[in-house]
Design a protein around this ligand. Structure first.
Ligand SMILES: [Zn+2]
Ligand SMILES: [Zn+2]
Length: 415
């Protein structure tokens, strides 16, 4: 089969505000026909031209017009062989663009950064960081992981399962005290057949999870610690609460350093792998993002409803607060609980500047009363989305894919 890349082309009629979309098919490394569509606008009766590769009417593989706003009058082989006016406000995207304000732009996985100084995943006995040991164990088990994935992938192709996550339960030994430690790691279930490597995985939990992080850190460390907690919550939590008054530096500095600001936003947005973020950031930050990306570009994306939904959430945030906390709400029947990371660190790029961080755990009721209610953040009883399906490796006969009801369905061992 040819390697096909799908791109979306968004456009506006040459003379009115009627908007349309093309699902553009491009053959990677193959022969692509230049051309486009002659379209009739069903709103203002204008006929105009929009360029697209490999255009087709109905049958076969090629680019096509989505929706009923326009009628295809003709298809041209060459973009210069017509005298019609052309479409306006054109945006082309593959959905993987480097521009973080784009909806779905950051579907890429972040990478777990192994660092011996992070006391999050540690041996319950000697408090030694065991990230390296876990990744060595993952590497030793790649054949098992890939065999089980391969089997499930065939079932996925037959529509028997629709997993979005692979979780891997195993154990390793602490390199210091040799104690055996059970752990859970996960990755996204790839709907494009692939071979997994250890870098595709994130550590999510260890038996007796007792992080020992309360203290003072540089912003570089804070950013990495927050990242590891969010990666953990991506699997274990039903909701991830982000309360940070600011994103990075002030408006002036952000406009002066758009690349740095862009990097930070990209990092932050890419962490929301399973769309669990609930964000509260000062409303003024929305205006800042608008200016950094130029109001015109922003308006253009907004017009096509192409803004990243997490940026839209910033727009509905509140004005006055200085509290900072990050939390994962973990469903566990009537005993649902919340892990909270709190301190002076707000979403900020790496630097040597010092901040303090504290990790604490409490019942959902306490968290709601003490953190959510004062911030007026609405929240119903925690539960996993019904669309969460996890392929649990090693495959247990009774459960190839599970739909978790509470956190005990995800990790096997006792807390
Ligand atoms: Zn029109
Ligand atoms: Zn140990």
């Amino acid at each position: 089969m040819q390697n096909i890349v799908n791109r979306s082309i968004y456009f506006q009629c040459s003379s009115c505000t009627n908007k349309g979309e093309i699902d553009e098919v491009v053959f990677k490394g193959g022969i692509n026909d230049e051309g486009g569509f002659i379209l009739y606008c069903n709103q203002c009766n204008t006929t105009f031209f929009i360029e697209a590769q490999n255009p087709i009417h109905n049958i076969g593989v090629g680019s096509r017009i989505i929706g009923n706003n326009f009628t295809v009058k003709d298809i041209t082989d060459f973009s210069w062989s017509n005298n019609y006016p052309t479409a306006r406000e054109i945006i082309t995207t593959t959905g993987q663009d480097s521009n973080p304000i784009f909806k779905n732009a950051w579907q890429v996985n972040p990478i777990f950064s192994i660092n011996h100084n992070d006391k999050i995943f540690i041996c319950s006995e000697c408090k030694n960081n065991i990230e390296k040991e876990v990744f060595n164990d993952l590497e030793n088990n790649l054949d098992l992981i890939n065999n089980d994935y391969e089997g499930c992938f065939q079932a996925y192709m037959r529509d028997w399962y629709n997993p979005n996550i692979i979780s891997f339960n195993s154990s390793t030994n602490c390199s210091e005290c040799k104690r055996e430690i059970e752990y859970t790691a996960y990755s996204k279930f790839s709907t494009l057949e692939k071979r997994y490597s250890k870098e595709d995985f994130f550590i999510v939990d260890t038996q007796k999870f007792e992080p020992n992080i309360n203290g003072v850190y540089t912003r570089e460390q804070c950013k990495r610690i927050l990242e590891k907690f969010i990666l953990r919550w991506n699997l274990l939590a039903s909701n991830i609460i982000i309360v940070s008054p600011f994103i990075g530096f002030d408006k002036k500095l952000s406009i002066k350093n758009p690349d740095k600001f862009n990097e930070l936003l990209k990092w932050f947005l890419s962490l929301d792998t399973f769309k669990k973020f609930q964000i509260t950031i000062r409303k003024s930050e929305y205006g800042k993002i608008r200016e950094v990306f130029s109001k015109e570009t922003f308006k253009l994306y907004e017009g096509y409803n192409l803004l990243n939904e997490n940026i839209e959430k910033v727009n509905s945030s509140t004005t006055k607060f200085h509290a900072k906390f990050y939390a994962g709400i973990i469903p566990d029947g009537t005993n649902s609980y919340v892990e909270v990371l709190t301190g002076s660190y707000n979403l900020h790029p790496s630097s040597e500047s010092k901040e303090n961080l504290t990790f604490t755990q409490m019942s959902f009721q306490d968290f709601k009363r003490n953190y959510l209610d004062p911030m007026k953040i609405p929240m119903s009883e925690p539960c996993y989305s019904v669309s969460t399906e996890i392929l649990k490796i090693p495959i247990n006969e009774s459960e190839v894919v599970i739909k978790p009801k509470d956190v005990k369905d995800i990790v096997n061992y006792n807390f």
